[in-house]
Design a protein around this ligand. Structure first.
Ligand code: 5GP
Length: 116
């Protein structure tokens, strides 16, 4: 297992410091170290799956928990009214670098279009 595969487990365990925004029984949310918008928070399940499809197949309730945690993060950050984006990158062309599924919650300003 590479360092990248264990990074978020170590953050959840408190072995690597993070700026926590929200936590519940199944999810942990913390600020991205390299924010791509004024608000950029990562929501991760405490149990590791490689990507969103593997999570959906194995535990759809936790996928729903992540969606609701993202809304909670938006409320706590004051952006639930202005709107926000939730992104799951999967593998190479999407730029996934940490293979522990995570939702990026982005907002706090007008976001650009995405794709190429
Ligand atoms: P991905 O590229 O896999 O979709 O997203 C991984 C995210 O994790 C990136 O946005 C990156 O900035 C963030 N990240 C990588 N290492 C750390 C870290 O040690 N702490 C925090 N808070 N974020 C990290």
């Amino acid at each position: 297992m590479s360092d990248a595969e264990t990074l978020f487990e170590r953050i959840i365990a408190g072995e690597i410091p993070s700026e926590k925004v929200y936590e519940d029984a199944t999810t942990y949310a913390f600020r991205d170290i390299a924010p791509q918008a004024r608000v950029h928070v990562l929501v991760v399940p405490k149990k590791r799956y490689r990507n969103v499809a593997e999570l959906a197949a194995a535990d759809p309730q936790v996928l729903a928990d992540i969606a609701l945690a993202a809304k909670k993060v938006a409320e706590l950050e004051g952006i639930d009214g202005s709107g926000y984006r939730v992104v799951f990158n999967t593998d190479g062309d999407a730029g996934q670098t940490v293979f522990h599924v995570h939702a990026h919650v982005l907002g706090g300003e007008q976001l650009g279009h995405f794709g190429r």
